[in-house]
Design a protein around this ligand. Sequence first.
Ligand SMILES: Cc1cc2nc3c(=O)[nH]c(=O)nc-3n(C[C@H](O)[C@H](O)[C@H](O)COP(=O)(O)OP(=O)(O)OC[C@H]3O[C@@H](n4cnc5c(N)ncnc54)[C@H](O)[C@@H]3O)c2cc1C
Length: 364
Amino acid sequence: MSAGLLPTPDFTFDPEAAGACVAGVRPFRKGAYRLDAETVSGKFVVHNYGHGGAGITLSWGCAAKVRDIVRERLTTSHDTEVAVLGAGVMGLTAATLLLDLGLDVTIYSDRRPVDTTSHKAGGEWGVSVIDSVGKKEELKQIITTAYTKFKCSVGQNFGVFERPLFTPKESENLEIVRDWLPNLLPERKKCDRLPVSGPARRGFEYQTLLIEPPVFLNRLETDLAARHVPIVLRRFASRAEVLALSQNIIVNCTGLGSMKLFNDAKMCPITGQLAMLPPQPGLKYLLGRDGYMFPRSDHVVIGGTTEQKVNSEVPNKACCKQLVRGIAKWFGLAPAEPLPDTHIHHPRNAPVVDPRLAASLEDR
Ligand SMILES: Cc1cc2nc3c(=O)[nH]c(=O)nc-3n(C[C@H](O)[C@H](O)[C@H](O)COP(=O)(O)OP(=O)(O)OC[C@H]3O[C@@H](n4cnc5c(N)ncnc54)[C@H](O)[C@@H]3O)c2cc1C
């Protein structure tokens, strides 16, 4: 390593190795994520889904909103039990905060946390691949609560770390936070030269958080188990099955599952590919923009693709290989190669799913 430069990753990658290539499906919702309540057949249903590529990032903030909605409900009802549907990050964080209300919480899910989309996420704290039409003020509160809670959990065995993020251009995922909430994040610095080996390029250094989803979800699951919250493995085939649950308060955190379960035509799958390199503990920084690299304790995760309206968890090995080459290029270690059929969607850009959603910019 040259003086002043960050360690160069080892980009050795075998796409044929077990677990080297992963595909996950972001639960994107056109227009805006859903966070509201309705009464259906006498049941109070709180919806919390559609957070696209920012579910880990926003989880604690959304969970706090869910808790507040349920707390308000309890001023007019005597319910003591709540059912949480979903064992991804939204379900587990909501369940955790609902315990604050003294309720008996039961989680229902057709997958264990380790098998959810949440478990596959890369783990950068950044507001990415999400629409929020008409929800700017609410989202500002969610972002503030979520960031503050994650920041407080650094060093507390939640898999959350403060890390610099280097980008050749501004990171839209963080610029929107700087724009809306100027005092929330640490200062961003301009770099005359990004501190990585290879071709010199200008860029930016942000301070953000790395949230390792496998560690974070495991911690949530362990803590919930210690507080006697069961995860009941069960698939719901219809809304009627959900409404037949014994609990009167139901919190719906089924992510993409809401497309069928609650007949939500605004839900739109956006698949992303991830290349998982062996862990490299010396790497303590993130790279972002048009492909990203997040060094975690389990893997160095390289990703950044979005395949709209594709709902497939089958990894694309060729794509993963290209993702690795794309990041290696930063270090002068691979020939230039465009990302395959990708688009990085940021909340303030024109939405990728439907151009008519350009209206989503109106309140930003
Ligand atoms: C490749 C990739 C990279 C990502 N990177 C990041 C990142 O760096 N930062 C970030 O903040 N976010 C990231 N995300 C986004 C993040 O993963 C999602 O926003 C988040 O996981 C959504 O959480 P969820 O709990 O709503 O959904 P899920 O994790 O999908 O959980 C849904 C739950 O509902 C259950 N369920 C669904 N339907 C039914 C049914 N019919 N019956 C019973 N149970 C049901 C499922 O079993 C599951 O338990 C990434 C996503 C992908 C795909």
